[in-house]
Design a protein around this ligand. Structure first.
Ligand code: PAF
Length: 282
């Protein structure tokens, strides 16, 4: 696996692949890799001849009170995992390469980015859309893969790529979970043993609510019960539990035949966890 740190070096390698008629998959990450990321890599390898994984802890998507400095950075361990996973290139630019002096642009995706995490984390999705647009321009992949765990992020990126006519297929890969259902996340590393045990309330509360809604229970009641389950289970506060249109993320108060997604964000101590589930309505 090659580790590349300059845009020119990256372009030389990917141009060679394209000239040879090979396809390219991109897996954008912020590092601190776990099995969830490796599922994206595996999906990329199944869909393309070459896989590029980017590791870039993107300052533009962290708010002033968020954990940019504390975000785990362990490139050597990540590189070893990616190498063993059959990745061709680790694209690891530094901040000055991604945002050189004079950088002045920002992509803002309306609608889909405005609610839920967009409201809780102002500017977050502008930072995500901007960096992902740059990564897509740098790598020019045929396919780019993102985890469904960050459902709203996936919806924002799909919207951005469609709106900007980026010639790439955006693929969502199902959430990878621990045995007790907790979604794999780099943020799980912040949880102590007691918090980790409490965190299982998140998939349980969502699973119960999704099943209740699917069998026709009142939507507002199901979401209120989920919120109560999170608080009783050990979460300190709940940012939101919401049922929404799976594509536009507009909240839904009753089941109406559209694909629906149940989203939640809640805090244990200083750690904010998010998760989501499809609601399978007949
Ligand atoms: O999901 C992430 O790790 C990041 O938000 C992404 C998509 C790599 C953009 O920085």
């Amino acid at each position: 696996m090659q580790i590349i740190r300059t845009v020119q070096g990256l372009r030389e390698v990917t141009a060679g692949w394209r000239m040879a008629g090979k396809t390219v998959a991109l897996v954008p990450t912020m590092g601190a890799l776990h099995a969830g990321h490796m599922a994206l890599v595996d999906a990329g390898r199944r869909r393309a001849d070459h896989v590029v994984v980017s590791i870039f802890v993107n300052p533009a998507q962290f708010g002033p009170n968020e954990d940019l400095a504390a975000y785990p950075r362990r490139e050597a361990a990540d590189a070893a995992m990616l190498d063993a996973g059959g990745v061709d290139v680790l694209w690891a630019p530094d901040v000055a390469t991604m945002y050189p002096a004079g950088f002045a642009s920002s992509l803002s995706v309306g609608g889909v980015s405005e609610r839920h995490d967009g409201a809780a984390r102002p500017g977050h999705f502008d930072g995500v859309a901007t960096v992902v647009a740059k990564l897509l321009n740098q790598v020019r992949p045929d396919v780019a893969l993102f985890g469904e765990k960050d459902w709203q992020q996936l919806a924002v990126i799909r919207r951005m790529a469609a709106d900007m006519d980026v010639p790439v297929e955006i693929v969502g890969v199902p959430t990878q979970r621990e045995d007790d259902g907790l979604a794999l996340s780099s943020r799980n590393a912040y949880l102590d043993d007691e918090q980790r045990a409490a965190a299982r309330a998140m998939p349980r509360a969502l699973g119960e609510a999704a099943a209740a809604i699917a069998r026709g229970d009142d939507v507002a009641q199901a979401m209120a019960t989920a919120e109560r389950r999170l608080l009783d289970g050990g979460f300190g506060s709940v940012d939101y539990v919401t049922l929404c249109d799976a594509e536009t993320l507009v909240p839904v108060v009753a089941v109406d035949g559209r694909p629906l997604r149940l989203l939640a964000a809640a805090r244990i101590g200083t750690t904010r966890l998010i998760d989501n589930l499809a609601v399978a309505v007949e």
